[in-house]
Design a protein around this ligand. Structure first.
Ligand code: NAD
Ligand code: UGA
Length: 469
């Protein structure tokens, strides 16, 4: 029987749980959506005027639906008990210890959520994997649910519904997704019915042809594969950026030419100081680890190399800064513009600014950091002991005053509209710009007097001679 869902619970009020549930609440006014979390501060923030995450368009939707059909609470058990469909959107970070440490996904939070579901469920539930998980996780979760439920006759149908939103554009991605993927046990009637229940939820705003169904394992694997393919494109263009610098080619021109090939397409070909974010690295390592576990060493190595290239790119950037500045940055003030892993988010997880910042500090630099959205407390948490060499600023011009160099770490739009003539005036000379995001007007900066390193672009003579090449 296809259940027409009227109450949904989502476990995990994070970057995925919050925005996805806000969108369901907006588009499905007939469904009561309750988002739960074990973190009281996070739930308090969702219930306040200052939401715990910054995402363009999110505030308006939350304010429109909150208290009507969208609720945030720490009453995990109560919300599970009264819901027909339960999304699990908890974090699945890389394991830090034990078997597979540094590679495998840590499913502790997932299993704990499953145990709670099993313990409090007195009626049938459709369980939706929203978190990104290793392929065949649903099998393990089903066992945990079945073995821990004390009420006889309760049925759990497990679906995989991976999320493809990107931070900074989450609300647009959710409003008009390229596709919604739903995996289930479609070989049987009950599995097919469960899939149909979730299809019906999305069909409130997503065109039917964009809702695709698959078997459970294909859906789980497709999510890991999608992230691996996207990251692989960035590592590929970043590998070209190194070759461009060595040969005098221009990576933007190369990317443009590649992107015009309709088989390649233009997206995700922006060379950068490296990809960041909570998922690309974690999901590739997880994918590679699964390959290793299946004895597919060559496949695993292929994917590890995508992460390896990303590390190389961050190291290469640090080396460029040091060698350009006469091989010494000791006690020099270097301004980092941007700290978030991409624009339009305050998220700093795996941000390249962290590794680059640590690299510069190791060489003796004093860092001045300005980011329009990242809090001082977050930077302190990410940089740890390095903070003794870091000052954070609320104004870009103060961060740049007396700096020897500026490193663009995030592609925030506001950086493009700064008065770079004024900035030149307040900096030490020679004033260096290291554009790790290729967002500035390099010719104009050179006219002003800056020495410019633009990643993947022909190296200017000043830098060539400074580097002895
Ligand atoms: P997050 O850390 O922002 O949020 C996870 C939340 O789950 C936290 O608030 C945590 O307190 C809560 N939680 C953990 N265990 C719990 C439990 N047992 N009961 C109740 N709450 C619990 O993580 P996120 O960025 O939202 O990512 C969640 C999942 O979605 C991950 O698997 C990630 O790979 C995947 N994903 C993330 C993105 C993204 O853009 N961040 C996009 C697609 C998929
Ligand atoms: C990524 C995927 O794009 C989403 O589809 C996926 O749902 C999500 O991971 C996830 O699973 O968490 P996200 O990490 O939020 O989304 O942001 P992206 O836009 O993919 O950017 C990731 C990193 O790559 C950023 O640091 C960005 O600056 C960098 N990037 C992106 C480049 O360096 N070059 C590009 O051309 C594109």
């Amino acid at each position: 029987m296809v259940v027409k869902v009227t109450s949904i619970c989502c476990i995990g009020a994070g970057y995925v749980g919050g925005p996805t549930m806000a969108m369901i609440a907006l588009k499905c006014p007939h469904i009561k959506v309750t988002v739960v979390d074990i973190s009281q501060p996070r739930i308090d923030a969702w219930n306040s005027d200052e939401l715990p995450i910054y995402e363009p368009g999110l505030d308006e939707i939350v304010k429109q639906c909150r208290g009507k059909n969208l609720f945030f609470t720490t009453d995990v058990e109560g919300a599970i008990a009264e819901s027909e469909m339960i999304f699990v959107s908890v974090n699945t970070p890389t394991k830090k210890t034990g078997l597979g440490k540094g590679k495998a996904a840590d499913l502790t939070y997932w299993e704990s959520a499953a145990r709670t579901i099993a313990a409090v469920s007195k009626t049938n539930k459709i369980i939706v994997e929203k978190s990104t998980v290793p392929v065949r996780t649903a099998e393990a979760i089903e066992k945990v649910l079945q073995r821990n439920c004390n009420t006889s006759g309760v049925r759990f149908d497990i679906l995989s519904n991976p999320e493809f939103l990107a931070e900074g554009t989450a609300m647009d991605d959710l409003t008009a997704p390229d596709r919604v993927l739903i995996g289930g046990k479609i070989e049987g009637q009950e599995g097919t019915d469960a899939v149909a229940s979730l299809v019906e939820v999305y069909a409130n705003w997503v065109p039917q042809e964009r809702i695709i169904t698959a078997n459970l394992w294909s859906a789980e694997l497709s999510k890991l594969a999608a992230n691996a393919f996207l990251a692989q494109r960035i590592s590929s263009i970043n590998s070209m950026s190194a070759l461009c610098e060595a040969t005098g080619a221009d990576v933007s021109q190369v990317a443009y030419a590649l992107g015009k090939d309709s088989r390649i397409g233009p997206k995700f070909l922006n060379a950068s100081v490296g990809f960041g974010g909570s998922c690309f690295q974690k999901d590739i390592l997880n994918l590679a680890y699964i390959c290793e576990c299946h004895g597919l060493t060559e496949v695993a190595d292929y994917w590890y190399s995508v992460v390896g290239m990303n590390d190389y790119q961050k190291n290469r950037f640090v080396k460029r800064v040091v060698s350009a500045m006469f091989n010494t940055i000791r006690n020099k003030k270097i301004c980092m513009l941007g700290f978030a892993f991409k624009k339009d988010t305050g998220d700093t997880r795996e941000a390249p600014a962290i590794d680059v910042g640590n690299g510069l500090i190791e060489d003796g630099a004093r860092l001045a950091i300005y980011d329009p959205k990242v809090s001082d407390a977050q930077i302190a948490m990410d940089m740890g002991a390095g903070m003794s060499n870091i000052t954070t600023y609320k104004s870009h011009i103060e961060a740049l005053r007396d700096a020897h160099a500026v490193c663009v770490m995030t592609e925030w739009d506001e950086f493009k509209s700064y008065d770079w003539g004024e900035i030149y005036g307040v900096m030490q000379k020679p004033a260096f710009v290291f554009d790790g995001r290729l967002i500035l007007d390099h010719d104009k900066l050179r006219e002003i007097g800056f020495i410019v390193y633009a990643l993947g672009k022909p190296i200017e003579p000043f830098l060539r001679s400074a580097e002895g090449n």
